[in-house]
Design a protein around this ligand. Sequence first.
Ligand code: NOJ
Length: 713
Amino acid sequence: MQYEQQIEALLAQMTLAEKIGQMRQLHGTGENQKNLVREGNLGSVLNVIDAEAHEIQRLAVEESRLGIPLLIGRDVIHGFRTIFPIPLGQAASFNPDLVREAARVAAREASGAGINWTFAPMIDIARDPRWGRIAESCGEDAYLASLMGVAMVEGFQGDDLTAPEAIAACAKHYVGYGASENGRDYNTAWIPEVLLRDVYLAPFQAAAEAGAATFMSAFNDLNGVPTSGNEFTLRQILKGEWAYAGMVVSDWASITEMIAHGYAADARDAALKGVTAGVDMEMASTSYAEYLAELVESGAISHDLIDDAVRRVLRIKFRLGLFNQPYANAAAAETLVAPDHLALARQIAKESCVLLSNKETLPLKQQTKVAIVGPLADHAADQLGCWVFDGKPEDSQTPLQAIRGLLGNEQVVFAQGLAEARSTDDGLFDEAVAAAQTADVVLAFLGEDAGLSGEAHSRAFIDLPGAQLALVDALVATGKPVVAVVMAGRSLVLGELQDKVQAILYAWHPGTMAGPAIADLLFGLDNPSGRLPISFPRTVGQVPVYYNRKNTGRPPSEDAPSIPTGTPLDPSGFTSSYLDVDHRPLFAFGYGLSYTTFDYRNIRLSSPKIGFDQTLSISATITNTGNYAGAEVVQLYIRDLVGSMTRPIKELKGFQRIALEPGQSQEVTFELRSADLSFHNNAMQKIAEPGEFHVWVAPNSLGGLQASFELGA
Ligand code: NOJ
């Protein structure tokens, strides 16, 4: 590889203390950090920007013995200063090109502040909306999350990591963090190895193959072994099977947290287990600094193990070109919230919004007189979402501002109705009702404040918080049509809301440009085209509910009647269902409406049978049969009917976003390789098995056109 000689030359000059220094990352730039940097005993800092970042980098480069530059890391998760939708929202765009561009812009803006490394993408598969970090994820599906994760890696890193606006990516949290039991953050995950490999590891393997510079080990224990001390996932799979040459950083203190896990006796033991497993750099805690030297000297770990870790750290620094240009990309500092960045934020926010229901109400005419209500109508900070260090509320354009701008002040009356999302105080209801009475349509901006999702922000109730449904009742009682725009960091339970209102537009937390994006959609300047990256449960009692489940030996009816939640039903046979709620989600994975309608016709396969190492073409004709131009996300699903392991009832294998004018048709063709049909069997071989498959070209994970083919020799 390109830098190996330089790495070896540098390594040869380093003392053991300097090597261990490269394996340390500390938060901030206090005197302690500065001294460590001068002594060559610190490889990385996190959470410093601008002048502070410059100064600590200068100390490393100019005042340390070997002048090794620092990795300067930060959580640039869904934008730096220009904030894009939360990653779950970005995934709903089903548009990896836009997601790549958003990561590129985030990298550009961050590079201007002296950051050379982001702790993103977060590609944990998340199937439990109670888990607050589902907001940071790309949802429930391994295929979608892989594409989105790769797009983010490509966006952050570009083709050439030495380019001034490129920063190193970090695939996190490796691995299984999203499977934390009962949605409680940091909780234990138990994942059988086949599921681990087919679902949870898949996006990480894709990120590694895409060249993600770094990985982050997670907080959770997986099958009894903390992931920051897990030789199986780190040493055997990542660095062994995948031959990953990048670097692994721990999560914040996740090395020493192995003591609380009951896996390490003390900090010395934690350091031993972390480094042996393959964590190359310790974030925040200091067990490596305190014990690695002694562990080497006592023979408990080898010099080679240290050298391997240090090589990986240095490799990133070379790949980033830091030895030539360690400082901020000054030109990028001028681009913060630049017009083209905001335009991109508006576009991706638009494409991430999912129209969940619409009783012939949307789009609204621009002549409509609207009452704008709700705690999220004009909340510049909450619309940004949960992972925002550097985004500024003052850059936000709120829905109230944007709709006033579009319609003019006289057509808009505003009454918040609830002081904040969690408020249970109905003191402002009367004012909101009075506002509604003067309008043609009520636009209710509901959902979660930014603090209800994200790290350590799990919920056991995933309804609209506070008195929001009561506010909706009061508004509906006016007899005016009510349109709900929901901003949230997860899928919420929405059945009651759906019954009450005329339409629901699900906007996630859309970021800086929430207002203009939502206004464009509500008033028909653009057409909603987002699709759900997670299934929406009818009740929290269905969780986890995801589309690619198994059929079971007693499958529930796929066209079961919709039973209102909590209503006891006479037993409908001994099937895998509920007595008191439809087994299906309220809104399925891949679902989303448009102002127009799309017709799917004429599914065609290139052959009824393919052999191993062959490719099948699947085509269908999609027609825009409505009155609006719109984009459709055409989805390809398969089912392997009989396997040596039971197979999911549906598996997403492709999608294409196409734009169609009214009346326009397009033939969409997918290529399915036999390798795309493979899965892990119990012997951990990844194989495609002969036999019959169903294939669907579909608007979502439920319906669509179906055909069959055979895989065989
Ligand atoms: C802990 C979080 O789990 C991780 O996602 C983040 O990157 C680090 N803290 C650094 O802030």
